[in-house]
Design a binder for this molecule. Structure first.
Ligand code: FES
Length: 108
């Protein structure tokens, strides 16, 4: 039987619409971003030059890295100008007032 990798990372009450919330499961920085009824989880490490992105601006489903302005689609992590470049993303869900993400501690 596969081992569940869903882990609780924050109370849903801490999330504000369109404002990245930094959490650190297993010591890895991950941003939770609420958009309407959905929550997205994105690694807090830009694939360009590894800047943290918690200060980045969110517009609809796009997150702009504050260092050099690369823009990523938070739904799949794709850099909008070259989708083959991606920031890591993780499945997220809400359960009992907590946000859970599907994260086994491994990063790419
Ligand atoms: S480090 Fe993110 S755009 Fe350069």
């Amino acid at each position: 039987m596969p081992v569940s990798t869903w882990i609780a990372v924050a109370e849903t009450a801490r999330l504000q619409e369109g404002v990245p919330l930094l959490v650190k499961p297993k010591g890895i920085g991950i941003l939770l971003i609420k958009r309407g009824a959905e929550i997205f989880a994105v690694r807090n490490k830009c694939p360009h030059m590894a800047c943290p992105m918690e200060q980045g601006e969110v517009d609809e489903f796009e997150l702009t890295c504050p260092c050099h302005g690369w823009v990523f689609d938070i739904r799949d992590g794709a850099f909008v100008r070259a989708p083959e470049i991606k920031v890591e993303t993780y499945a997220a869900k809400v359960e009992g007032g907590d946000v859970l993400i599907d994260f086994d501690g491994e990063t790419g």
